[in-house]
Design a protein around this ligand. Structure first.
Ligand SMILES: Cc1cc2nc3c(=O)[nH]c(=O)nc-3n(C[C@H](O)[C@H](O)[C@H](O)COP(=O)(O)O)c2cc1C
Length: 334
């Protein structure tokens, strides 16, 4: 299990595992030659879940469960503290099943992070005897403000040792969301959420959806490389074939925003966000915030500074003084 998380990180760093096309490139802003805004007054503050973040950016959950993961989570926690943005950890299954790895997650508690997001997988909810008890433990472990339940059935389909039973998932999500006091969000991990699925999620007590769309890290590709390591040619082939499976993140944001139009659901756009222009694109399409994972694996602190500067530059060049105005900014699609 911990070996699996270690493989994911190593493969993400060393192999080409992004989807072949990044759909954020299809969206452009209409330049405002007379923005009538003073850049100093631009306010990108994001208030959500009763918390205040300096910008609508979340460091998406990636890891935990082994030594190197502790290092990475600590590095990411420093970035979250410095820029006062939200941060998630990777699946806490490892620590819930073996306490010795808890430290790789709790390391983030040493930092002043405005929004901490705990993480467990939907497939585990189906396996555990008491899903709500484990969910509460995951929250308590990192003193989280929000719990993310991740959906990763594309990955499970390709993973040699994958869990391919998705029956009863929605019911388990509702069981957890209705029984713990911490707000729960549902998060895809690279294949996106359709309008139809979002409508079903809107029937539950969850408060947010991270669309986790296609266009960035592909878990099918990651699992293809893992399958190769154990010489499983069938799963390896399948993984490469499904590298581009899913709903592109921008389309997923549009679909989920449409489904959640009359609700207070928080929408997060993760999947292929590389820079501050992508963050702005996500918000203009209807997201409340954007999540970034693999782009922060190396040199994250420097990159985050540029990301935030680019977001504010887009706001300036479109004449938007705050995020509400950015949501209404004019865009065009290639
Ligand atoms: C190495 C690695 C491990 C990940 N592990 C998790 C995880 O445990 N739980 C989860 O919800 N998402 C996990 N993700 C998915 C990310 O949170 C994110 O949804 C996905 O990588 C797409 O974002 P990106 O294109 O910016 O990388 C992981 C991503 C990477 C790169």
């Amino acid at each position: 299990m911990n070996g699996r998380k270690k493989d994911h990180l190593e493969i993400s760093r060393n192999e080409e595992v992004n989807a072949t096309y990044n759909y954020w490139d299809d969206i452009e802003f209409v330049h405002n030659a007379l923005p009538e805004v003073d850049m100093k007054e631009i306010d990108a503050t994001w208030n959500e879940f009763g918390k205040k973040m300096n910008t609508p950016i979340i460091i998406a959950g990636m890891t935990g469960g082994f030594d190197k993961a502790r290092e990475l989570n600590e590095r990411l926690a420093k970035i979250a503290e410095k820029f006062q943005i939200g941060m998630g950890v990777g699946s806490q299954r490892a620590a819930l099943e073996d306490e010795s790895s808890t430290d790789s997650y709790t390391v983030i508690n040493n930092y002043d992070i405005p929004l901490k997001i705990a993480n467990i997988g939907a497939p585990q909810l189906l396996e555990w005897k008491d899903a709500s008890e484990n969910a509460a433990k995951a929250v308590e472990m990192i003193k989280a403000d929000v719990l993310a339940i991740h959906l990763n059935f594309l990955q499970e389909s390709i993973q040699v040792e994958g869990d391919r039973n998705a029956r009863g998932c929605l019911g388990k999500i509702q069981e957890v969301a209705s029984s713990i006091s911490t707000p729960v969000i549902v998060k895809e991990t690279g294949a996106g959420i359709s309008k139809e699925v979002a409508l079903r999620l809107c029937e539950t007590d969850i408060v947010g959806i991270d669309v986790g769309g296609m266009g960035g890290t592909s878990f099918a590709a990651i699992e293809a490389y893992r399958a190769k390591k154990v010489d499983d040619r069938v799963q390896e082939n399948l993984g490469h074939m499904f590298r581009d499976w899913g709903i592109p993140t921008p389309l997923s944001v549009i679909e989920v925003a449409e489904a959640c139009r009359d609700t207070d659901m928080t929408i997060i756009a993760t999947g292929g966000i590389r820079n501050g222009i992508d963050v702005a694109r996500a918000i203009a399409l209807g997201a409340d915030a954007a999540g970034i994972a693999s782009a922060l694996l190396d040199d994250g602190e420097k990159k985050m500074e540029v990301i935030i500067r680019a977001l504010k530059t887009v706001m300036f060049l479109t004449g938007c003084r705050n995020l509400d105005e950015l949501k209404e900014a004019d865009i065009w699609m290639a």
